[in-house]
Design a protein around this ligand. Structure first.
Ligand code: FCB
Length: 452
């Protein structure tokens, strides 16, 4: 039992969470740089100012990836590092960094998968209205064109946006992520619509600028409802719950994905939002519905169908004693079977697990190693479910573990450790955890080590 030879074994990270060097070599300010200065918003006042200093240590980091035998590395580019004001002037030194990184990855046999936007939004554009300004779609497409013109002779996999549900929801509704504001429901939906337009225009820009055939996707949160059992009725119920929108919330799949794949907002969502639905101009939905090559799915936890019907806000419905990670997320491996199955059935594209992972309270033991058996167990359980999807002929291109290394976990600061590589936050020393060594075996055996 194993995964196909072509399966992409990967790991992921994002610019603001690992790079540091936030004011070096001409980088512009991002909303996360500003947000981190606000008292009380980040655990213990941490910031991404230094993060893992990956900007200076990328060679060492790529060497660790190569040691694990990674086939793919999902990275994101910091928009203000490339365009300090977000639009107009290009910062060549910023682009040079990504070029060096890409070259180093390719020389190590690792395919770069690039996300254009993983939340570090240019502050200058935020001051011009940010996602509330419809021009954001043009700004984003221009930035996409700059990046793709420079890197697409070497890079063949692109993703537009990481988790719009989170940067709009937590950044603009809850105020717990940058830019830390609380919009009205009506404004939120306008910002979300512009986000979708930005996605569509960026896909067009990527295809127009690409110097070789490339695969384009996005990486939304894939929210999966797991059936209670496997009777046709139970499966149908879980599918319905995965794609329904009874509540007026952006924490859904379909409000984001139906416009992208079907060129329309879901009827139940339109009904739920009522008068808050944004103005949609004639061409908008055609712009948003650009052909994509894969469905990227970030997924960490799911709901159980029956408990979802019962669950109240602030309670995810899992019973007492259900396994939980260090950040209290329920452990629900079945998402990696049902997610690919439901999303492939509905949207028809090959699936890539663009993020999945676990935070544990890891530390360096007396013997100098980092023992993280729970992470190994977590990944193995998830890979088993993913393998079931693969064996049922659901096309799954790859799996990107989040994260390659411990990093700045947004409002949680450095409290949460998701890495295969342990990073000492003070010395920045890197050390492969047991799970990193184990992942090397998984990759070398096309997954057998995790399945047997
Ligand atoms: C996802 C984010 C990623 C990381 C993981 C733990 O929501 O995309 O940056 O924070 O969660």
């Amino acid at each position: 039992m194993s995964f196909p030879e072509t399966f992409v074994w990967g790991a992921a990270a994002a610019s603001y969470q690992i790079e540091g060097a936030v004011d070096m070599d001409g980088k512009g300010v991002s909303t996360w740089d500003v947000f981190c200065q606000r008292p009380g918003v980040i655990w213990h006042g941490h910031t991404g100012g230094v993060a893992c200093d990956h900007y200076h240590r990328y060679e060492e980091d790529v060497a660790l990836m190569a040691e694990m035998g990674l086939r793919g590395y999902r990275l994101s580019v910091s928009w203000p590092r490339v365009m300090p004001e977000g639009t107009g002037r290009i910062n060549d030194r910023g682009l040079d960094f990504y070029e060096r990184l890409v070259d180093r990855l390719l020389a190590s046999g690792i395919e770069p998968w690039i996300t254009l936007f993983h939340w570090d939004f240019p502050q200058a554009l935020y001051e011009r209205g940010g996602w509330l300004n419809r021009d954001v779609a043009d700004w984003f497409a221009d930035y996409a064109a700059v990046l793709v013109s420079r890197l697409s002779d070497r890079v063949r996999h692109w993703m537009t946006l990481n988790e719009p549900q989170v940067f709009i929801g937590m950044g603009h509704r809850d105020g717990t992520h940058a830019p830390g504001i609380r919009l009205t429901p009506r404004e939120l939906l306008r910002a979300a619509h512009h986000t979708l337009l930005a996605h569509g225009q960026a896909v067009r820009a990527i295809r127009a600028a690409a110097r070789q055939p490339c695969a384009v996707g996005c990486a939304p949160v894939g929210q999966v409802t797991i059936p209670d059992g496997e009777s046709p009725a139970e499966v149908a119920e879980a599918r319905r719950l995965t794609f329904e929108m009874r509540e007026p919330t952006l924490w859904t799949n379909t409000w984001w994905m139906d416009p992208i794949f079907f060129g329309r907002y879901p009827e139940d969502g339109l009904a739920a939002f009522g008068r808050d639905v944004p103005e949609v101009r004639d061409e908008d939905l055609r712009t948003i519905q650009q052909p994509l090559d894969f469905f990227g799915m970030n997924s960490y936890m799911g709901y159980l169908a029956s408990s979802r019907l019962r669950h109240k806000a602030a309670d995810d419905g899992w019973p007492p004693g259900h396994p939980r990670t260090a950040c209290n997320w329920p452990v629900t491996p079945a998402i990696l079977y049902w997610g690919p199955r439901f999303f492939h059935e509905r949207y028809g594209l090959p699936i890539v697990i663009t993020e999945n992972g676990v935070s544990c309270r890891d530390w360096v033991s007396l013997d100098g190693a980092v023992h993280d058996p729970m992470r190994i167990d977590f990944i193995a359980r998830h890979l088993r479910c993913l393998h079931r999807a693969v064996s049922e002929q659901i096309p799954v291109w790859g799996y990107f573990y989040w994260s390659i290394m411990d990093n700045f976990e947004w409002a949680e600061g450095y409290k949460e450790r998701f890495g295969l590589v342990h990073v000492d936050s003070r010395t920045l020393e890197r050390r492969l955890k047991d799970s990193g060594h184990w992942y090397r075996q998984v990759i070398a055996t096309h997954g057998r080590v995790a399945l047997e």
